[in-house]
Every structure is written in structure tokens, then in C-alpha cells.
Ligand binder design. Structure first.
Ligand code: CA
Length: 385
């Protein structure tokens, strides 16, 4: 009995030291002693300081509550904090609150923030192979990308690519297939694409240029006035959920889809590598699993809301929704293949990533005839929808 009291007093002293020093290994040791059979006089007091609380800042490329990226990043921060019982406390910052949207990569690399939520293709200027982990024209769907990254060797290559930058990422979301965009005039043939000015980011821009158009890029807020004033003739943004919210139906008549350029645009949780590696193994696992849960939840939310939004666009706003003519979409994919293949010639790692990605995509296309694609084709033909 006396021995126990002595042990408890010793631990209470450790708790006080730990409270002063704000979460030290000493506290963890004393907590472990308690688990091993100690009997603290005040268990509640011990529990309140037994957590080694780690606080991370999550910077993002999104406005606060922005549907999709914004809301998913906020949920991810909350999910990791809750799943770790507050041991890894993540505070989410919208674009511009700590750093501007397009400075997330450098800020995480330099340790200004421990992590960030972004679409990796924003970092194409850092390395031309980064978009393979986000989206490239004629590329993978959300499910195919998750399969490649998690089970097809993609994560290992992503780690290799990011290693020299001092960052580490997990897949944590996806928009799903994006629409081809809003057009002021009908596209009935390849000829109709000549001279068209279209908002199109990333490698898709090069495809538009090779189709005979002129690609321009601009952020979301500038698209509406540019379409309205005739500065541009067409614009892509995301899909029905986000496009309805921005009101493009008010200024453009034709809505073409699906697009060729973003078959499934992934988001990442990008982390400072040292910060990630300093986490205990169980917190590393929580981060990874929370990200991978987001990799299915985010596209599911997009899918559910985009279906509803498409009905609203058609039934309430009388939008003319249609697929691109066969010869146009085929040309878009043909040029996409050329543009993406060219990335492989830029360097050894580019070639390695391209090979893994294209082998997996080709394998997926062979299998898809008998999987989701084949099933959905047969179902739609049978049901006439
Ligand atoms: Ca887009």
C-alpha cells in the first residue's frame, strides 16, 4: 500500500512537470506507468495532461466552405482531430488566411504550415509529372486513380517524386468526371472549334490550342464576366454541382459533357515530410486512413450533388446539355494522348511515372469493358436512359 502511494506521488510530480513543459515524453512515460498498474489520486487530472497533443496547421487552396475542396478539407481536419481523440489537432485555414492558394506547396515544404489541402496539378511548375497524381487529359477516373495510387504502385512513385521537395502526400479526394464546359455556340464539327477562345487550365489548354482554338486560364470569379462580355467563347469549370452554384447557365446556352480533360481530378493532403515522419506510428496511420476515407467520400458527395444539380440545370434553367460530337471528342482524346505522352520524354522520373500510369490505364481500359463501363453501358441501353 505504502509502495503504491509513493509511486502515485511520484507520478503526480511527473504530471506537474509535464503540464509545465507542455507535453513531454516524461508525461507519456508517467501515463504508461499508470496504465501498467499505478493508481493516481486524481485520474481525471492525469488523463487531462496525458495526451501528447500535436497541433498542425492545414492551409488550403480553397475559399472557406467552398463546396468540394473547401468543405472536404474542413472535414478532413475535423476527422483526423476526432479520430486521434485530439492528439493530432488540425486547424484548417482557407486560401489567403495564412498564405495565398498557390503558395500552399512552398509553405508546406518550408514548414510554415505542417500540411495543406490542394489539387496537385497546381504544382506543375515544380515538376511536369505531378499532374499524373491529379489529372491529365484523357486520363483516369476517380476510381481508377485511387486503384493506381493505393494498389498499383502510384504512391511509391509519388513519394519518390515528392521526396526531394521534402513533402509527402496522400490521396484524399476527387471531383469525379468533369464536364466539357459551357459554350456560346453549338459544336457540331471540328470546324466549329477553330478560333474558339476557351477557359481551360493545365495540359488541357495545349489540347484546345492543337484543336485550333486558343486556351486561356482564369480563376473562377473571372469566368462569368469573361463569358458574358465575349472575351471568351467557352469555359470549363468542374461539373453540375459547382457550375450551377456559379451560375454559368445565365450567360452560356450549351453545356457539353463529359469533357476529355479531367476524368477525375484528385486532391491531396500534402504534408511537410519531417512533420509527418515525426508523428507516432498510430497517428501516421490515422492520417492515412482519414485521407483514404476522403478519397471515396469526396467523389461520392460530388456524384450525389452533381446528379441533383444536372436535373435542376435541365428542368429549371432549360440548359441544353449534350455530348460532344463523336469526331470532336475522338480528336480531343487523340491529341490528349500525344500531349501526355510527350511528358515521358522530359526526364528519367517523368518516363518512369508515365510508364506506370499508362500501363495501369491501359490495363484498366481492357478490364473496364467487363467492369463498371461495360455494366453501365448495358444497363443504360436496356433501361433507355
Ligand atoms: Ca476543371
Amino acid at each position: 500500500m505504502n509502495k503504491n502511494i509513493g509511486k502515485t506521488k511520484f507520478k503526480r510530480r511527473d504530471v506537474l512537470i509535464g503540464a509545465t513543459a507542455l507535453t513531454t515524453m516524461g508525461v507519456l512515460a508517467s501515463c504508461k506507468d499508470n496504465v501498467d498498474g499505478g493508481t493516481p489520486d486524481n485520474p481525471q487530472q492525469t488523463a487531462s495532461v496525458s495526451k501528447n497533443i500535436i497541433q498542425w496547421k492545414m492551409i488550403t487552396c480553397w475559399p472557406r466552405d467552398f463546396p468540394g475542396g473547401g468543405t472536404h478539407s474542413q472535414k478532413l481536419a475535423q476527422k483526423i482531430t476526432e479520430a486521434s481523440d485530439g492528439r493530432l489537432e488540425i486547424k484548417n485555414f482557407a486560401a489567403g488566411e495564412l498564405v495565398p492558394a498557390f503558395e500552399v506547396f512552398d509553405a508546406v515544404r518550408e514548414g510554415t504550415a505542417e500540411c495543406g489541402h490542394a489539387a496537385p496539378y497546381y504544382w506543375i511548375s515544380k515538376h511536369k509529372a505531378i499532374p499524373f497524381f491529379c489529372t491529365v487529359p484523357g486520363g483516369m477516373t476517380a476510381f481508377e486513380k485511387a486503384a493506381w495510387i493505393i494498389y498499383g504502385g502510384g504512391q511509391k512513385l509519388w513519394d519518390e517524386l515528392y521526396y526531394d521537395f521534402g513533402v509527402k502526400s496522400f490521396l484524399c479526394g476527387n471531383t469525379g468526371v468533369q464536364m466539357g464546359g459551357w459554350f456560346q455556340k453549338e459544336i457540331n464539327s471540328l470546324e466549329d472549334f477553330q478560333g474558339i477562345k476557351m477557359r481551360m487550365p493545365g495540359l488541357g489548354a495545349e489540347v484546345v490550342n492543337r484543336m485550333g482554338g486558343t486556351a486561356v486560364n482564369m480563376p473562377a470569379g473571372e469566368i462569368m464576366p469573361a463569358l458574358q462580355s465575349g472575351v471568351i467563347d467557352a469555359a470549363e469549370w468542374v461539373g453540375p454541382w459547382n457550375d450551377l452554384a456559379l451560375g454559368f447557365y445565365k450567360v452560356a446556352k450549351y453545356y457539353y459533357g463529359p469533357g476529355f480533360h479531367e476524368g477525375g481530378t484528385s486532391n491531396e493532403l500534402i504534408m511537410n515530410k519531417e512533420s509527418y515522419e515525426a508523428l507516432p506510428k498510430d497517428l501516421q496511420a490515422i492520417v492515412k486512413h482519414a485521407c483514404h476515407a476522403g478519397a471515396i467520400e469526396a467523389p461520392a458527395e460530388y456524384f450525389a450533388n452533381s446528379g441533383l444539380s444536372l436535373d435542376v440545370l435541365v428542368n429549371k434553367h432549360s440548359v441544353d446539355v449534350r455530348p460532344f460530337p463523336k469526331e470532336v471528342i475522338k480528336k480531343m482524346f487523340d491529341i490528349s494522348k500525344e500531349v501526355v505522352e510527350e511528358t515521358a520524354s522530359l526526364g528519367e522520373l517523368h518516363a518512369k511515372i508515365y510508364k506506370s500510369w499508362s500501363d495501369f490505364l491501359n490495363q484498366s481500359m481492357r478490364y473496364q469493358k467487363y467492369s463498371d463501363y461495360g455494366y453501365m453501358r448495358d444497363r443504360s441501353e436496356a433501361y433507355g436512359i
